[in-house]
Design a protein around this ligand. Structure first.
Ligand code: TRP
Length: 341
């Protein structure tokens, strides 16, 4: 008889705000690193649709975004048999936990949240009422996020730098609960900051970001991909001039998609002169399209069958809910509100 060790792996959890239209900055900055982490951890990745509701009030836009972003992660290689993949809105325990956590969250802590402070400051600078346009969803955003995380006894939360404060707030909140009951009722999570991921340059040379309007969408049709790449801003060096690969946005992008050998070969051509920017872009397009074409096809396939996609997410929620319910039950018991109904 063979005894297999029971490996209790650590839990990695992250939320993905469904803001639609994934671009290659998201792919290299968030999707790929999170999928890599999923090989070592028990991963729970979810679509944070209630977080999106704070800013997205158009129902068609929000529901389309939820499906697009979910399909995008699946197309990029998320395996729903291995990763528990679900919608936040399918886990009612999130909102139960969120309410309980509110009782342990100082209002002052929320006053210090970057997003809320930025909104306040913008209003003040414009001479508006300080709270103009600030809904309670924005103000309490870190509590809902803490609930998302704490609900699954998460060990690590892979996020970008901009989210670290939120994870630290989740830690603070979990620790206040534990301090009150003098034992570890809730697990305090650690941020796993993506430090060494490449900064993906956008079409204008600045960091690729939706807010700069300089993105290359991940699933754009081939023709448009080519058109966008041809639009990348370059300097005015002529064809014959030798070029420095290190200071070329085109080359920086190429590095993300090409093998070491390919990079070395192209760098040589840059330095030798005789290759114009048009040709450099052509090489870039070939490398990008080689990696993205299969993703694009998978994405389109998934988007053609919304009920199948919804089923994947529903099955993820089915797996997630018992885990979540156990954490809520543990907290309720510690709090003394576990009388039978
Ligand atoms: N706030 C995160 C973002 O804007 C999304 C998010 C919601 C999240 N809940 C989370 C991330 C829980 C990590 C863990 O990107």
């Amino acid at each position: 008889m063979l005894y297999l060790p029971i490996v209790n792996r650590k839990v990695s959890l992250t939320g993905i705000k469904p803001t639609g239209n994934l671009h290659i900055g998201n792919y290299f900055g968030a999707i790929k690193p999170a999928l890599e982490l999923a090989r070592e951890y028990d991963a729970r990745y979810f679509i944070a649709d209630y977080h999106a509701l704070n800013t997205m009030k158009d129902p068609e836009e929000l529901s389309a975004s939820i499906r697009e972003v979910a399909a995008g992660w699946l197309a990029a290689g998320l395996d729903p048999e291995k990763v528990i993949f679900y919608r936040q809105s399918s886990i009612p325990e999130t909102f139960e936990l969120s309410t309980m956590l509110m009782a342990f969250t100082a209002k002052g802590l929320m006053n210090r949240a970057h997003a809320y402070k930025a909104a306040l400051q913008g209003n003040t600078e414009r001479g508006d009422d300080p709270d103009a346009g600030v809904n309670m969803g924005l103000f309490t955003y870190p509590v809902l996020m803490a609930a998302d995380i704490i609900l699954f006894d998460s060990d690590v939360v892979p996020v970008g730098k901009d989210q670290v404060q939120h994870i630290e707030m989740a830690q603070d909140i979990a620790r206040s609960v534990n301090a009150n009951y003098r034992r570890e009722v809730l697990k305090a999570p650690q941020p796993a900051v993506r430090e060494n991921v490449a900064v993906v340059p956008g079409l204008d040379g600045r960091k690729m970001s939706k807010s700069y309007g300089n993105t290359i969408p991940l699933f754009t049709p081939e023709k448009n991909l080519r058109r966008l790449i041809m639009r990348i801003v370059t300097n005015s060096q002529g064809i014959e001039e030798p070029k420095d690969p290190g200071s070329s946005q085109i080359f920086l992008l190429y590095k993300l998609f090409a093998s070491q050998d390919e990079q070395a070969a192209l760098a040589k051509r840059y330095r030798a002169g005789g290759m114009g920017w048009g040709e450099a872009k052509e090489e870039l397009f070939r490398a990008v399209n080689r990696e993205l074409a299969p993703l694009r096809e998978r994405f389109q396939g998934i988007m053609r069958d919304p009920p199948a996609l919804d089923k994947i997410l529903a099955r993820g929620a089915e797996k997630a809910r018992p885990i979540a319910a156990a954490v809520v039950a543990r907290f309720r018991k510690a709090a003394g509100i576990d009388l039978p109904v």
